[in-house]
Design a protein around this ligand. Structure first.
Ligand SMILES: *Cc1c(COP(=O)(O)O)cnc(C)c1O
Length: 427
């Protein structure tokens, strides 16, 4: 994890020791590196520039659901990022963080009328429409407001992303998008609806992709469809390839952003030169995990050690409600002791205090541990805090962003009183 390193036998975020953060803000706490987020965003922005793109011909729309803290959104917006949202709540977050609504695209299969109204009233760039019914609803809502909704159709290119079934989205059997065979017909409908303006095409085939081959295969299918549409005078102004690039959790060695984007732009440039006299098409990306995933750790403290004949358990103060990925996807996260000490390492399961056998964070890790030790759970910047819950009436973890040797509290730890403040007993 770049920007997390051992200095004086202590794990640091940038140059800030995690021990200092634990002393100041307690545990469990999510700790993010500003430099890491910045660098990851710039790997996309720079690859766009190096492939001849400007802000008019390429846009990174950060996937808000991966980490939606206002400080993260503000940082990315300052760097020039757009945003991919999946709810009106996420839109309000983007606006509160100073994001530009004209760089916002709205994905998701279940947009309500209220969500459409809010997004239209703020003039977002595009709705990624996922069904014919949604198209009709959006047209009607836009007409009521005397507006036109810009849309792209999320097509399902039916390619196998070769990732975990829960995070694979581009196969026919998934609920997302419309089948590519039906897309032409739905685009014709879209072009005929008075409240709709067709502007783009999009797909998102899955998450934690290690290889770009499935993405380039999806690109080929989108290109084919754009040509068919062009023959019917349905002009596609932007092509949105979605997110999904994977990160190193264990030793996966995913394709680099630079290599993937270079291959993608090369294909697009060849196609545009052959068929459109070199007129460019705007390209959109929706990365989440690859921007924030390895920019954060979950800092937790060992409460109890419970050695046993079958297994040794280290019970920590973070749990499945804080980091759901292991329980939900059997996800693997690296675990590291914050203070490096010498001693006899044994095999531990790292578990939380929640009353579920599924409440584990890591299994069979060889570590030298003592009660009171701090642990860093790696690669927790994406789908960590955003998927957390209050199960067992546990307040959500604090969030800290480190900038050099300064730590900023970017979300307070929740108090139990806050958790039931909206509830009421019967009169
Ligand atoms: C979740 C999601 C993304 C982001 O995926 P990552 O794997 O985090 O890059 C992008 N687009 C859509 C439509 C999504 O649902």
């Amino acid at each position: 994890m770049p920007h997390f390193s051992i200095q004086n036998r202590t794990l640091c975020a940038e140059t800030q020791p995690l021990t200092t953060i634990a002393d100041e803000f307690g545990t469990p706490t999510y700790v993010y590196s500003k430099a890491a987020i910045t660098e990851n965003y710039l790997s996309y922005a720079n690859a766009c520039r190096e492939n001849g793109r400007t802000e008019h011909t390429a846009l990174v729309c950060y996937s808000v659901k991966s980490n939606s803290n206002l400080a993260v959104l503000h940082l990315l917006s300052q760097l020039g990022s757009g945003f991919d949202i999946v709810s009106s709540g996420e839109l309000l977050r983007v606006l509160a963080a100073g994001g530009d609504p004209e760089k916002v695209i709205f994905s998701g299969v279940g947009k309500t009328r209220d969500e459409m109204r809010l997004a239209l009233s703020h003039g977002i760039a595009c709705f990624n429409v996922e069904s014919t019914s949604e198209l009709h609803r959006l047209s009607a809502v836009a007409i009521e407001m005397q507006l036109t909704a810009s849309i792209s159709l999320r097509v399902n290119p039916n390619v196998d992303a070769k990732t975990h079934p829960y995070i694979s989205t581009g196969l026919k059997e998934n609920k997302f998008g419309v089948a590519i065979e039906d897309a032409l017909m739905i685009y014709r409908t879209a072009a005929s609806l008075p409240g709709i303006r067709v502007v783009g095409i999009d797909c998102h085939i899955g998450s934690q992709l290690l290889d770009d081959a499935p993405l380039l295969e999806a690109l080929d299918k989108l290109i084919e469809l754009i040509d068919v549409l062009a023959a019917e005078d349905i002009v596609i102004h932007h092509l949105d390839i979605g997110g999904g690039l994977g990160i190193d959790y264990e030793a996966e060695a995913p394709v680099t952003v630079g290599d993937y984007l270079t291959r993608l732009f090369r294909k697009i440039d060849t196609w545009r030169a052959e068929k459109y006299g070199g007129v460019p098409i705007k390209v959109l990306f929706e990365p989440g995990r690859s921007i924030v995933g390895n920019a954060g750790v979950l800092l937790t403290r060992v409460e109890y050690l419970k050695p046993g004949s079958e297994k040794n358990f280290a019970i920590v103060d973070a749990a499945m409600n804080d980091l759901m990925r292991p329980a939900m996807y059997q996800a693997w996260h690296g675990v590291q002791t914050v203070v490096q000490r010498d001693g006899e390492a044994v095999v531990w399961d790292i578990v939380g205090p929640v009353c579920e056998s599924g409440d584990w964070l890591a299994r069979a890790r060889t570590l030298f541990l003592e009660e009171g030790d701090l642990l860093a759970i790696h690669s927790a910047g994406a789908y960590g805090m955003t998927m957390s819950s209050n199960y067992n009436t546990r307040g959500r973890a604090a969030e800290v962003m480190v900038d050099g040797n300064v730590s900023h509290l970017i979300r307070q730890r929740e108090t139990p009183e806050q958790l039931f403040a909206l509830e009421k007993i019967l009169p």
